[in-house]
Design a protein around this ligand. Structure first.
Ligand code: SF4
Length: 343
């Protein structure tokens, strides 16, 4: 959703397009005569971490090829869609800082008048990245944290150092203060699990220390697409909070993820909006239904097709019809929406 502080990115054309995206969703229309206002653009599918609830970090094989988005391809996607694009989130699967062109890409999008966000575990971060990080005009920096102590941190990301993470956030926060900059806004992200929920108070204190915003949600959407594996089921049971008890902090932890995690839909919840409002573009241009499609069921390719054409192509329209019908219509059996708890 747009917020007041985003006024700098709004043009009449973008606003008209934005309304054309949201109106069909509210009316449950499956054809959208507009371009997506927001895209996720995957800088790389490679990762340097091993988060226990992520198929990528957990070493679960995907049929999707691994690789990096090139600056030339990022530029092509931005150039052909900048008149309508309001924001780009530079992440999907993989660690964005492993792509050496990441700040050139975010900087180029910023120059084109597009709001930018980056999500990172900061383990590939080094001092030489401070200058391009602040020069590229990034709006939001989302840091994967998931713990408030070294012991808890290494349970979720074995072998990774909590001190390294804290030092990197500290350097960024101090530089931001020194330069008197309001952006990037630093968000610390915590996927709440059975093993870290006792640290919620400390997580908020950590955010206060770095003047960062807490972003908490129940873990996890990620493993649900890796079906038919006892190992995955065991991992989900080991980590995810008891669905019957919850963990408090009402209003701070999203119902969206609660529903995805437990399969229990809260009464106020309405169904998935992803294929109506945003588009996920993998590093090679393939378009996925949503950011949790680990195996990369392609709905088109953003490097060889117009985004509007993909968005109103047969695959996308079938997905939307399937979602609007609550899963009662026919879709490609390999589409990730089959059996998704967000329906
Ligand atoms: S229904 Fe599920 S799989 Fe399909 S787009 Fe929504 S969240 Fe993704």
């Amino acid at each position: 959703m747009l917020s007041l502080s985003d006024y700098r990115y709004i043009t009449p054309k973008k606003m008209l397009n934005y309304l054309s995206v949201w109106y069909p969703r509210s009316r449950k229309k499956i054809n959208i005569n507009a371009y997506p206002s927001h895209i996720f653009l995957e800088p790389t599918s490679r990762c340097n971490s091993n988060c226990r609830l992520c198929p990528s970090g957990g070493g679960i094989r995907s049929s999707f090829p691994q690789g990096d988005l090139t600056f030339a391809n990022a530029k092509k996607i931005i150039d052909t869609n900048k008149e309508y694009l309001f924001s780009i989130s530079f992440w999907n699967w993989g660690e964005p800082l492993l792509n050496s062109d990441i700040f050139s890409m975010t900087g180029y999008a910023h120059k084109c008048g597009i709001k930018t966000a980056l999500a990172t575990n900061l383990h590939a971060f080094h001092d030489g990245m401070i200058e391009p990080l602040f020069a590229c005009g990034l709006d939001d920096l989302n840091v994967s944290c998931h713990a408030a102590s070294s012991e808890t941190y290494t349970q979720y990301q074995p072998g990774m150092s909590f001190d390294t993470l804290q030092n990197a956030v500290d350097l960024i926060a101090q530089t931001k203060r020194r330069l008197r900059r309001s952006r990037p806004v630093i968000h610390l992200t915590f996927a709440i699990t059975k093993k870290n929920r006792h640290e919620i108070r400390e997580m908020n204190a950590l955010c206060a220390r770095f003047r960062a915003r807490p972003n908490m949600y129940y873990a996890s959407l990620n493993l649900r697409f890796c079906k038919n594996s006892d190992e995955i089921q065991k991992r989900i049971e080991e980590w995810t909070p008891d669905p019957t008890r919850g963990i408090g902090m009402p209003g701070k932890i999203s119902y969206y993820s609660t529903a995805a995690n437990t399969g229990i839909l809260p009464p106020t919840y309405s169904c998935c909006t992803d294929p109506f409002t945003t588009m996920v573009i993998r590093w090679n241009g393939d378009v996925s239904a949503c950011c949790t499609d680990y195996h990369g069921h392609a709905l088109g390719n953003a490097l060889s097709q117009d985004l509007k054409e993909i968005w109103n192509g047969r695959s996308y329209v079938d997905l939307r019809r399937f979602i609007v019908s609550g899963g009662k219509t026919e879709i490609d059996p390999s589409a990730p929406c089959n059996g998704c708890v967000m329906l």
